[in-house]
Design a protein around this ligand. Sequence first.
Ligand code: SAM
Length: 272
Amino acid sequence: MNSRVFFLISKYNLRPNSDLGQNFLIVEDVIKREVERAEIKETDTVLEIGPGLGVLTDELAKRAGKVYAIEKDSRMVEILKREYDWSNVEIIEGDALKIEFPEFNKIVSNLPYQISSPITFKILKHDFERAVLIYQLEFAQRMVAKPGNKNYSRLSVMVQAKANVELVERIGRGAFYPKPKVDSAVIVMEPKSKDEQIKLNENLVKALFQHRRKLASKALKDSHHMLGLTKEEFKKFKPIIERIPHANKRVFQLSIKDIKDIEEFLRNEGLI
Ligand code: SAM
């Protein structure tokens, strides 16, 4: 147990804010393993989203050259500044979704679950080497799901088009205080090389996964409005849609490459 969390909560009479996803890590082993997975060296600059009461930040500070920690709750910022005397940590007060990230090459965070999706896409817009992130279990399972799996979704496609992702550990709810209602999991994410990354048309992926159990052609017919077609284009779209590649696969069976094939076909036909 990491007793620092309980000590600080009682010292500052803190009431954790569930709207900010304040479930603090209290199991020492989990904290150590997460940091070890990031393989941090003295030359690394690590970004942490939501340092909270600083239990992860403290381990990161021992290993990294520099740590940037972005925290939205001013109470936490105040406590971190008073309680620790790190020389290599810069606490940035603000909303991680809104402020510009500093340069970093690794990212380690126990994320506030409310912002899982937008923060993941923001992280993926940056160049970095390795991310070790704790998410709600269901979200993590969707991130790593492969075609045909019941968790395979738009998130799986958009994340895996850009990065290699692995779910490396499940964490029970007892590892946090206050105890959340759901289990969690650790994801290790490494961006693919520029050559391997596949840039997908987001509207097309949205339109397809609106109907994940339907045939690809039927799914597109039913959500053509999401493709922003003009009346003229829609007239053209109806006969063409039967000829899209992989038309007879169901959406949840389409690989990223299959989706790219569909995108290229529609682009060649001048429809997207
Ligand atoms: N790192 C600590 C730990 O593991 O015990 C705290 C993790 S807690 C799950 C999430 C933290 O993110 C909280 O401290 C919360 O205040 C902060 N937070 C929530 N939303 C945020 C946002 N949009 N930007 C920055 N920090 C945020």
